[in-house]
Structures are given as C-alpha cells and as structure tokens.
Design a protein around this ligand. Structure first.
Ligand SMILES: Nc1ncnc2c1ncn2[C@@H]1O[C@H](COP(=O)(O)OP(=O)(O)OP(=O)(O)O)[C@@H](O)[C@H]1O
Ligand SMILES: [Mg+2]
Length: 464
C-alpha cells in the first residue's frame, strides 16, 4: 500500500517555490536540502523516497562528488534536473546515467518532473525494504518501519521543531542516544554543538565541575580554567544521558541552572548566560526513583516537558529482521567469505528471542556471527541463539502469558506509560493492570501509590 504522503528529497541550491507547491499539491512531503550531509539526514532508512537532484542550481564540483555517495542510498529513486548542454560534462553524464531513473532539462514542465519523480519513487518502492543495505553507513541513521518506530520518527520531527526539554525513556540499548542526536540534527540548533554528558559515569565529586566548569585556582590542582559541559553546549543541545543516576546534590544545581539559565564556574565571581536545549534520557524507572527519594520530582517535571518512549526491540515485529539485515550489510566486510544473508532458522530465532539488550545486543550478535559463520548464510547457531529456533511458547498457558505481556507492553507504549489509559484500552481496571505488571516483572510491587497521579508520566507529545 502506498503511504498517504510520499517523501521528496529536493536537492537544490535555488529551490523553485512553484515546483515545491506543485509537489505539495500532488501529495508529496518535500524536504529541501543543500548538501550531501543533509540528504543523509533526510533519508529514512527502509522507507522509499523520491529524490530530485537539481544540477541546474550550480553546485560546485566537490559538492557534486559528495552527492555521489547519497545517490547510492538504496531506497531513494532519483531524477536529475539539468541545464541544456550540462551533460556534455563526462562526470555529470556518468552520475545521471548510473544513478538516476530519468532527467529533465530546463525549461521543464512542472507536471513532467512530478510524474518523473513519481515513477522513480514507484520503481524504488518495488524493492525489498529489508534489502536496504545501509551503504550510507551513516552514524545516527535509524532503521525502522514498524508502527512504533514510525510514531517515534514523527515524535522526533515534532519535538525537533520546538525548544522545550525532551525526556527520552527506554530500556538499555534501544536507541535513546541516537534519538537525541536525531532531534538535535533536525532542530534549528543543528549547526551548534551537541554535547553529551553521561551523568552516571562521572564520579559525583567531579560532576559539578564537569557540568559547570571552574576557574584557575578554584581548588588545588585547578591549574587552568575549565569550561563546563553546560557552557560548552551554548547555542546547541545538552544531552544529559543516564539522568536517573544523577546524584541528589547535583540535581539541586541542575535545577537551579534550569530555572536561571546561568552558570557559575567553580571559584568564579560572576554568572554567565547560557542558551541550551536540554534533552535527557534514562533507562531508570523515574516514578520509582521519585517515590524512593532518589530523584527530585521538581527537577523531573522541568526535564520532562515532552516525552519520548523508545520501544523495546521485542515489540518491533518485522523490524527485528530489518535491523539484522541492515547490520549484516553494514558489517559484512568483516567476514572472510561472501555471506548471502540469514538462514531460515536464524530468522525464526531472531523473532523468538526476547532481546533484553535490544538493538545493541542485536548488533553485537550479528557482528559476532559474521566473523564466526562458516557457511554462506548466518545460522541461529552463529547468532548463539540455537535454542530459540523452536517456537518458544510450548504450552497454551505460556502462549497466553506471552500474548498478555505483549498486549500490555504495546498499550503502555501507545499511552506513553499512562496506566489509566492503557488499562482502559485493555478493558481492565488500573489495579488489575498494576497487578499484571508486577506479575510479569515489569514493575516493582513496593511503594507505588495507585490512587495518585504519580504513577502516570506527564506527556505532551501528541501522536499524529
Ligand atoms: N533504530 C536503530 N537503527 C539503527 N541502529 C540503532 C537503532 N537504535 C539503536 N541503534 C544502535 O544501537 C546501539 C545502541 O543505541 P543507543 O546507544 O542510542 O542506545 P541507548 O538507548 O542510549 O542505550 P543505553 O541505555 O545502553 O545507553 C547504537 O550502536 C545505535 O547506533
Ligand atoms: Mg545511551
């Protein structure tokens, strides 16, 4: 089925407003980009798109050369726009011949070009989405086409348009950092720094100076001034990773910074205005952390204005295979032989396994399998998942339990952790949902009040 909106990547230095409107009228979502880097950022792995490469807009030869790597991205169907005589240039001629479905020469008719890009898109859509070979290899490329991931991509695009703090929650290895980078790269701050700080990895006594910096002589050993991470992110995005592990004393200073938007270096005399966008992430259950007094709720509410939930890999259905193939393509040069793909038993195991380590674990297993594999295709054994080849739920009770768990997980994901709404959708009471969460080991029994709103996370990113 064709998606309601088709994406057009319009590469031009001098985009035509008229053409843009014509594409919009014909149901395209147009993204105008001006460099190879922006093309890579605009492409969504595994999703077909049309591409219009406007060679008539006077790109420099080095820019054209850089575009070549983008033209090999497998899920974009390209059409070039050229000026008369431009294709006398051998390099351009080769580029158009090797990578484009069609080309038009100025002056061209708008309808002709929209039709042409439509055909290129159609041809590309015939391809196997899983065969997206990731040859862009770009860091920060997010693979996914299941409903949960498409909702995540929409949320990323929406939150990127604002400056409000974003809070990303999700299990370990689900892609929280990748999401934070994607938000930054799509935001108006993309050309300013993205500064990550792992709040859990820095010893508490150093955290303060890491965050806010110090002046020379502030303490013994402070031989020169150090700019803190908050100040280093000025104009850009500060990514507070593992925020759930931030010690209480640093929480107070961070809260003060969020209120005043000024930093004072240790041993300094004045304060400095800082303009940063805050994105934070954690795999910690923040509701529990607040109840247990490990995290200040006033800070949490300042950080969590917009919330994004990263879906666990086991809830991504076909995407598990898509990701595995993507990683195989990306890393297969590490293999001593030519690998053809995954054997059927490997595919079964990929789906039966629970992926506690999520995407990171999948990458590690595929990479190890690439090196260890002795055949032409990767087997379940190469993935060290031989025991998951059998369909796992052996009894009806186990099958029911697995289905129940998945339904709960998806409902919570859809309602972004709001127990009341998820319970309503599942047709059970909140108390029953809570009991089920505990029995499935998805939440701790102790201490969480049911009658107060604390069990529900604030949410303000509406899904489309
Ligand atoms: N959708 C995706 N497509 C491609 N690669 C992904 C995707 N999600 C995650 N990855 C990759 O998986 C690895 C883990 O991602 P990331 O570090 O963003 O996870 P995380 O949630 O921050 O994990 P942790 O909680 O352990 O810090 C990275 O190598 C990242 O590039
Ligand atoms: Mg991380």
């Amino acid at each position: 089925m064709e998606p309601a909106t088709r994406q057009l990547i319009y590469v031009s230095r001098d985009p035509s407003a008229e053409l843009n409107t014509r594409f919009l009228q014909r149901g395209w979502h147009v993204e105008v980009v001006g460099s190879a880097r922006e093309v890579r950022r605009a492409v969504r792995a595994g999703m077909a798109a049309g591409g219009l490469l406007d060679l008539s807009s006077e790109f420099q030869p080095h820019e054209i050369a850089a575009f070549e790597s983008c033209l090999t991205i497998p899920n974009v169907g390209w059409v070039a726009a050229t000026t008369p005589g431009q294709l006398q240039d051998a390099a351009l001629r080769r580029l158009v011949r090797d990578y484009c479905f069609d080309y038009v020469t100025v002056p061209y008719s708008g309808d002709r070009i929209v039709d042409s890009v439509g055909h290129a898109y159609g041809m590309i859509s015939l391809g196997e989405p899983a065969s997206n070979d990731g040859s862009t290899g770009a860091e920060g490329e997010m693979v996914g086409s299941c409903d949960a991931m498409l909702a995540l991509f929409r949320s990323i695009r929406k939150v990127a348009m604002t400056d409000a703090p974003v809070f990303i929650s999700g299990e370990s290895g689900t892609g929280k950092e990748l999401t934070a980078v994607a938000i930054h790269e799509r935001s108006a701050r993309r050309n300013a720094p993205f500064v990550p700080i792992n709040c859990g990895a820095i010893p508490p006594h150093l955290l303060q100076s890491e965050l806010f910096g110090y002046e020379r002589g502030a303490f013994t050993g402070a031989n020169q001034r150090k700019i803190g991470r908050v100040e280093a992110a000025n104009g850009g995005t500060l990514f507070l990773d593992e925020i759930g592990d931030l010690p209480l004393e640093s929480q107070a200073s961070l809260l003060r910074f969020l209120q005043e938007r000024k930093v004072e270096r240790l041993g300094g005399h004045g304060s400095i205005d800082v303009d940063v966008r805050i994105i934070s992430a954690t795999h910690v259950d923040m509701t529990a952390a607040m109840i247990e007094g490990r995290f200040r709720s006033d800070l949490y509410h300042r950080l969590c204005v917009l919330q994004i939930d990263e879906p666990p890999l086991r809830a991504r259905g076909k995407d598990i295979e898509l990701l595995a193939r993507h990683m195989l393509e990306r890393f297969k040069k590490d293999a001593s032989r030519r690998l053809r793909g995954f054997a059927p038993d490997a595919i079964a195991a990929l789906h039966n396994y629970g992926w506690p380590g999520n995407v990171r674990e999948l990458i590690n297993r595929v990479r190890r399998a690439i090196v260890m594999s002795e055949g032409r295709a990767i087997t379940a054994r190469d993935l060290e998942l031989a025991e998951y080849v059998e369909i796992v739920p052996v009894s009806l009770a186990q099958a029911r339990e697995a289905a129940e768990r998945q339904a709960i997980e998806l409902a919570l994901l859809r309602h972004r952790g709001r127990l009341g709404d998820a319970a309503h959708e599942l047709g059970i009471s909140r108390v029953t949902l809570y009991r089920l969460l505990c029995s499935h080991g998805m939440r701790h029994m102790e201490g969480e009040p049911l009658a107060t709103p604390h069990g529900e996370l604030p949410v303000s990113v509406p899904h489309l």
